[in-house]
Design a binder for this molecule. Structure first.
Ligand SMILES: [Zn+2]
Length: 277
């Protein structure tokens, strides 16, 4: 039984503010330790639940957050960016379940720690076939297309709601309660680590019974940017359609294509970004 863990940082217990997730931030080094502890809790739960192989995909920023020397020896680690499939790189049909650890709610969610959708300064909303999805939904659709169900998601209470709205049967752990965008009521870490072990064990034990959500045969993604000029930049990509002043749409045959075109659109838009205005 193979389990894929995509680990982000914003939804880790003890993380609340931008200073905790930016490389040069005052809380970042401590946050890396908290993240590694949570990854280890889920890895040990996964093996207790019957996993024989666990791949951990470091998925925050340039994917060099997890403390390698402190990681559970049984886990394989995907570290480093410039990779084709971003937060779920390496996930293929051979896996039996996807766990999204330390995830955060999509941009525009109230009471959600560090809510954003891939980039807070650039993307306001992302829709697949008309349905608004955050990073959780986008990555879970990518997995679903390969027959891999989302079996567990962890983060704050808003991430839990987003996960349940996406797939009612997903197991969740709420490690902290957002009381604003940059303020969290963090549960005792020892307690949330126990919850992560228990829930991962249960989720993996039941993974074979879970069905991935249906992914439509033809897909259209719409990205609403934060500024008109970002949409202008994205329109330089072949095959795009201007849905409105801030929104660019593109069609694709599958999620793998959408994953690629999302990154190309993003880079094209970023070329038109001006931080001053
Ligand atoms: Zn992140």
């Amino acid at each position: 039984m193979k389990i894929f863990i995509s680990a982000d940082l914003e939804g880790i217990n003890g993380v609340a503010a931008p200073e905790d997730v930016e490389e040069t931030g005052s809380g970042y080094q401590q946050a890396r330790v908290f993240m590694t502890e949570e990854v280890n809790a889920v890895v040990s739960g996964a093996f207790a639940g019957g996993a024989t192989e666990v791949v951990v995909c470091d998925s925050h920023n340039v994917a060099a957050n997890i403390k390698v020397e402190q990681l559970d020896d049984r886990a394989q680690l995907l570290r480093g960016d410039t990779r084709a499939n971003s937060m779920v790189h390496g996930l293929d049909e051979s896996f039996d379940g996807l766990i999204l650890l330390g995830y955060h709610a999509k941009f525009g969610t109230q009471n959600a720690i560090l809510d954003h959708t891939f980039s807070p300064s650039m993307i306001r909303d992302l829709r697949v076939n008309g349905v608004s999805v955050g990073e959780l939904g986008f990555n879970a659709l990518f997995a679903a297309e390969k027959g891999v169900p989302l079996i567990m998601a962890t983060g704050d209470q808003s991430l839990e709601k987003e996960a349940k709205d996406f797939y009612q049967e997903v197991e969740t752990v709420v490690v902290k309660y957002a009381e604003g965008r940059f303020c969290a009521r963090c549960l005792p870490r020892i307690k949330t680590q126990d919850m992560l072990v228990e829930t991962a064990e249960k989720a993996v034990r039941q993974a074979k019974e879970k069905k991935p959500v249906a992914v439509p045969d033809s897909l259209e993604m719409e990205i609403t940017f934060q500024q008109v000029n970002l949409a202008d930049g994205a329109m330089r990509v072949t095959g795009t359609r201007r849905a409105d002043a801030m929104t660019v749409a593109v069609k694709a045959a599958n999620m793998e294509q959408l994953m690629a075109v999302r990154q190309v659109l993003f880079n094209a838009a970023a070329g038109f970004y001006n931080p001053l205005f």
